[in-house]
Design a protein around this ligand. Sequence first.
Ligand SMILES: N[C@@H](CCC(=O)N[C@@H](CS)C(=O)NCC(=O)O)C(=O)O
Length: 83
Amino acid sequence: MIELYHTNMSVCSQKVRFALAEKKLRWEDHHINLQAGEQLRPEYLKLNPNAVVPTLVDNGTVIIESLCSSPVDWRLHTRAVAY
Ligand SMILES: N[C@@H](CCC(=O)N[C@@H](CS)C(=O)NCC(=O)O)C(=O)O
C-alpha cells in the first residue's frame, strides 16, 4: 500500500500526486497541515527528518524527495540507489 503525506498548496506534493495519477496507483491520503506545524510532529519527523512534504511510503520504503517519485518509477529508482 502506498501512503502519501502531503498538502494541497505544495508544488512538490503536486508532482507526486500527478505521478500517482499517471500510474493509476491507489494511495492512502495523509494530509499534513504545514501552517499548524504538523510537519514538526515527532511521528512525522521519524519519516521525514527534513520536516517537509511530501513523504511517500511504499510498503515500508520511505521516499522524502519528490524528484525521486515523479519522473521515474520510484521502485526501480530506490533499487538503483541501494546498489
Ligand atoms: N526537496 C524536497 C523539498 C520539499 C519542500 O520544500 N516542501 C515544502 C513544500 S513545497 C515544505 O514542506 N515546506 C515546509 C516548511 O517550509 O515548513 C522535495 O522536493 O521533496
